[in-house]
Design a protein. Structure first.
Length: 117
């Protein structure tokens, strides 16, 4: 096993591990976007969005290009979006697990005031 390979993989995953970065990746799945468009999507200040973009670019997730004073970003490797489907499958599995627990234990049923001591 090559530890360097696992560390490189972890860097890519860390670069994705923030809700704003996931939103940016999701937005870029439909094509290239200007930083100003991404700022509106994430609803954060320009410096915060720029830091997120720089981190993801450094990890190899994004590419950019300049057009005048505007910078546009795009996914460097669009297949990264298939990872989202896998994550969502995990969430669906967990949801089913918790639904079964609630059904078996009755935790989800509201109690009446008479049942409260």
């Amino acid at each position: 096993m090559d530890r360097n390979l696992y560390e490189a993989k972890a860097q890519v995953l860390k670069a994705m591990a923030h809700p704003s970065r996931l939103m940016i990746l999701d937005a870029l799945a439909s094509g290239e976007k200007c930083v100003c468009d991404l700022q509106a999507i994430v609803e954060a200040d320009m410096s915060t969005v720029s830091r997120h973009l720089a981190l993801m670019k450094s990890a190899g997730l994004l590419e950019d290009r300049r057009e005048g004073n505007r910078v546009f970003y795009r996914l460097r490797v669009p297949c990264v979006m298939s990872f989202f489907g896998c994550v969502e499958a995990v969430l669906r599995q967990d949801l089913e697990k918790y639904r079964r627990i609630v059904a078996v234990t009755g935790l989800g049923e509201p109690q009446t005031e008479a049942a409260v001591p």
